[in-house]
Design a protein around this ligand. Structure first.
Ligand code: ATP
Ligand code: MG
Ligand code: MG
Ligand code: MG
Length: 566
């Protein structure tokens, strides 16, 4: 590809609203352009990376015998009414009406669509185990689309669904997918931790997330030193469910602080003295789900879990409410981060996006030298002492045995679920077993945020002035940069190299009449694994070679270059 013909509108500066490094890079490098909030055009460079990632996925799905297909984006509301999710899914769903007034939606995920096809077309146990997948644009009206491709309102997802006649079949399918996902991330150069994730009402072992550690990540994962324990601290989905069904709140807190049925265990889990803990309250602020500890002045021996507060309740909680919640005579009691503490401080905590600050609130509770009325961050709570208490791992090893836990911010790049029979039961997807008996198909669902994964790759492979794309998803494998377009010997050599390497690799040849500085700056943004500069020594068959992570370029003869490239 000749760069003079390539459309890659680069910018010196990222727009001021871009916060995430991956977002800045993709805008500066001319990979993407925003069309409206959370909705992007993939320009040629970005689209190449996307297609490469999709290629890896297709390859790995082929290996586990999962065929690709494609579903419509536009779905009838009736489909979702059948599963009961039309209402439940909430504000994230893009809804619309057609000219006849029929309600429709743009698919945010496709459990229903696949289940219906299976309900109508799969009849016997002999047709299973079966799994299908698609790579498709999804629509979610995110409350806060941000960070470029990390949280879009329109994004590309790999979503797969498995159908089994028995639990064992499902387990096997799940393991196959899990291994395939690990290979996909490895090939895409994205370091991930498979972690225990919230699985709604499904129970612990049934849900695994693939979390890519990165500073910009919106999730926090807990891992132990031995590497035997890793969990997401987020309880997002189940909290919404539990909110609707307060009865289940108890169940939730059990999941949130597994094995912590006494104050001692909880304290140990949190790594704080037991005297600091009186009650746990599940605190919901906007999208953030946080377990907040409220300190009272009485020592109690049992953790009373299960009281769910709405964000509004927390904001408006006054002394009297807190008195009731904590059962403390003093009322004020040092609610951690909420209630009658200094309002500015409480707002700051609540408004703060970082999990870190939210958890500072735990530290210091119950300490005599700490203040709770008019408490101040830094003065009363130390930033480096925070502990994070969200986790979800029912049925998994008790994390209390795995202390100390380390907390890392990370990006959820994939999520796999053992769904069971929820959809197939509600939507009537039955099959006949060996004995001719009708049973509901057992499902699994599997997803990777493909476009989000690309951002994660950038976050993990930033260089001083650009990016070092992992080989398999790099937009170009080789970038030939010719210094002076009016030097014939340079043109001759550059074209020769272009021709030769193009047989095996994707080559971008910078044949623009631009200054060297401009060319190099753009090359940093392209981030090809190998950059070949054809300059002064072209006549002697000498070029300069640099990988994005190298400090300096190395001179090479054409023979040496051949060896280096192959
Ligand atoms: P999140 O917790 O980040 O909102 P999710 O749990 O709602 O994600 P899933 O329903 O599990 O997402 O969807 C599967 C995958 O799709 C996620 O693991 C993630 O990688 C990706 N994904 C979800 N929402 C977005 C989004 N708004 N933009 C880009 N990718 C997304
Ligand atoms: Mg979400
Ligand atoms: Mg999630
Ligand atoms: Mg998820």
């Amino acid at each position: 590809m000749r760069q003079s013909k390539f459309f890659m509108p680069t910018l010196k500066e990222a727009p001021s609203d871009a916060v995430a490094e991956s977002h800045k890079l993709m805008i500066r490098g001319g990979y993407i352009r925003q069309v409206t909030a959370g909705v992007y055009a993939y320009l040629p460079l970005g689209y190449r990376v996307l297609r490469k990632a999709e290629g890896i996925i297709e390859d790995e799905m082929e290996k586990i015998n999962v065929p690709e297909m494609i579903m419509p984006h536009l779905l009838p509301a009736t489909l979702w009414q059948e599963s009961g999710r039309y209402k439940k899914y909430g504000a994230e769903m893009f809804k619309l009406k057609d000219r006849h007034g029929r309600e429709s939606l743009l698919g945010p995920t496709h459990e229903e669509t696949f289940t219906e096809i299976i309900a109508k077309n799969l009849k016997s146990y002999k047709q299973m185990p079966l799994a299908l997948y698609q790579i498709q644009t999804k629509f979610r009206d995110e409350n806060r689309p941000r960070f470029g491709l990390l949280r879009g309102r329109e994004f590309v997802m790999l979503d797969g669904y498995s159908f089994a006649a028995t639990r064992d079949q499902l387990d096997e399918q799940f393991d196959d997918q899990k291994s395939a996902y690990k290979r996909i991330f490895k090939r895409a150069g994205v370091t991930v931790h498979p972690v225990i994730a919230d699985s709604g009402t499904m129970g612990g072992k049934n849900s695994t997330e693939f979390q890519a550690p990165a500073a910009i990540g919106e999730d926090t994962i807990a891992t132990n030193e031995k590497g035997t324990y890793a969990a997401n601290l987020e309880m997002a989905k189940s909290i919404d469910t539990f909110k609707q069904e307060p009865e289940d709140a108890k169940e939730l807190t059990k999941v949130a602080t597994p094995g912590c049925d006494t104050i001692e265990k909880l304290a140990k889990f949190l790594n704080v003295p037991a005297t600091r803990i009186v009650k746990s309250i599940l605190y919901i602020a906007d999208d953030q789900k946080v377990l907040v500890l409220i300190r009272g002045d009485k020592q109690i021996n049992e953790v009373k879990l299960g009281h769910v507060l709405d964000a509004d309740e927390v904001h408006e909680a006054d002394t009297a409410d807190l008195k009731e919640i904590t059962g403390s005579e003093k009322g004020g009691v040092g609610p951690v981060g909420v209630g009658p503490v200094n309002a500015d401080w409480a707002d700051k905590i609540i408004a703060d996006e970082t999990v870190k600050d939210l958890y500072n609130v735990v530290v210091g509770a119950g300490e005599t030298d700490y203040q709770f009325e008019n408490a101040n961050l830094d003065r009363d709570f130390k930033v480096d002492e925070f502990v994070d208490i969200r986790t979800a791992n029912e049925g998994e090893p008790d994390p209390v045995d795995h202390l100390p836990l380390k907390f890392t911010t990370s990006i959820e790049v994939g999520h796999i679920f053992k769904l069971g029979t929820y959809y197939t039961k509600t939507m009537g997807a039955d099959f006949l077993d060996q004995n001719g008996k009708a049973k509901p198909v057992i499902m699994g669902s599997y997803g990777i945020g493909v476009t989000r994964m690309l951002s994660a790759a950038v976050e993990q492979h930033l260089t001083e002035h650009g990016v070092a794309w992992p080989k398999e998803i790099a937009p170009f494998a080789i970038h030939i940069v010719q210094m002076k377009m009016n030097k014939e010997d340079q043109t001759e050599l550059a074209e020769k190299l272009e021709k030769k390497f193009s047989e095996k690799y994707d080559v971008l040849y910078d044949d623009r009449k631009e200054r060297a500085g401009v060319k190099f700056a753009d090359a940093d943004l392209v981030g090809a694994p190998i950059r070949i500069t054809v300059g002064k020594k072209a006549a002697d068959g000498i070029v300069e070679v640099k990988r994005p992570t190298d400090d300096k370029a190395t001179e090479m003869s054409i023979d040496e270059l051949d060896k280096f490239v192959n």
